[in-house]
Design a protein around this ligand. Structure first.
Ligand SMILES: Nc1ncnc2c1ncn2[C@@H]1O[C@H](COP(=O)(O)OP(=O)(O)O)[C@@H](O)[C@H]1O
Ligand SMILES: [Mg+2]
Length: 284
């Protein structure tokens, strides 16, 4: 199938919500949006694949694909790419959950249509997330532009009274980078929350929040898909993708659950060059 969408959920930091978001986005896209979704859990802890294994569904396949990081970085990338090819083979959407390390070349990040970077709302973490994204963009800007890759920052574990404080100013000038609706901090994580997909649990605030986040990402998935199959120009006349403020100037594979084994960015005039948002996402 030509129209495959690959999503990487990554950050250099642990504990920012990568696995929680990976698993919940997988559930939302597979069950609510009826896509065939493959989750590849590249992290050794296997957090995201555990949640999936507790909620089997015919549209979901989840795989653990721990990377060895033992040889050189290119070897690690080959491992990761092999897992991506193999486990994403039959999926419409592949979601990879990965803690980024410099044991991986940035080329691997370029393999994805959408990169989602979860980040808390603390000043330190916002700065570290901005640096992470800017270093990648600085080194790979031409290829990112060619590929039409989208970067989505996912504010995670955000207190609801702090939503207005979410600002990733250092990314403002990146036309391919957008801020997702924040995922709220849940003060009491009980078994229900740990064991089921958040979009369908019996808590209006949490489920609605996950709907908002999932729908936001889904719009990018659909637009990207349409673009790949050369969508009609009418797409461009659609309104902006979300009411949420968007950033733009303004393998040790193993069996899990029900599944078988197997398978200093410088601000200057040059920044105008960064207008690499694909036409289908541009404001009129
Ligand atoms: N929205 C949230 N509210 C409260 N706790 C959260 C939220 N998202 C994740 N957590 C908790 O934070 C911890 C780290 O989350 P996790 O998704 O495993 O991060 P990562 O994969 O980046 O290491 C886990 O214990 C998880 O249950
Ligand atoms: Mg994790």
């Amino acid at each position: 199938m030509r129209d495959k969408v690959k999503i990487l959920i990554t950050n250099q930091k642990g504990g920012v919500g990568k696995s929680t978001i990976s698993a919940n986005l997988t559930g939302f896209l597979a069950i609510e949006k009826n896509h065939k979704v493959s989750l590849i859990d590249f992290d050794k802890q296997g957090t995201s694949s555990v949640l999936i294994s507790k909620n089997p569904h015919s549209n979901i396949q989840a795989y653990k694909a721990g990377l060895s990081y033992q040889q050189n970085s290119n070897y690690t990338m080959l491992e990761a790419r092999a897992a991506l090819r193999r486990y994403g083979a039959h999926a419409e959407i592949t979601i990879a959950d990965l803690t980024w390390t410099f044991g991986l070349p940035y080329d691997f990040m370029l393999d994805f249509d959408i990169v989602i970077v979860p980040s808390s709302n603390s000043k330190v973490e916002i700065a570290s997330t901005e640096i992470f994204i800017l270093e990648y963009v600085q080194r790979q800007m031409l290829k990112i532009k060619q590929n039409g890759q989208i970067i989505l920052v996912a504010p995670s574990r955000v207190d609801r009274n702090q939503i207005s404080e979410i600002k990733f100013r250092g990314l403002d000038f990146l036309d391919n980078c957008f801020i997702c609706p924040p995922i709220y901090r849940i003060s009491q994580i009980n078994n229900e929350i740990l064991n089921d997909f958040w979009f369908r649990i019996d808590n209006g605030i949490i489920s609605e929040n996950m709907y908002e986040f999932g729908n936001f990402v889904h719009e990018y998935i659909l637009e990207g898909k349409k673009k790949k199959s050369e969508a009609p120009m009418t797409l461009q006349s659609k309104p902006p993708l979300s009411s949420v403020p968007l950033i733009r100037s303004q393998a040790q594979d193993s069996q899990i659950g029900f599944l078988k084994q197997g398978e200093s960015m410088v601000a200057s005039q040059e920044q105008k060059e960064f207008s690499f948002i694909p036409p289908f996402l541009r404001k009129k």
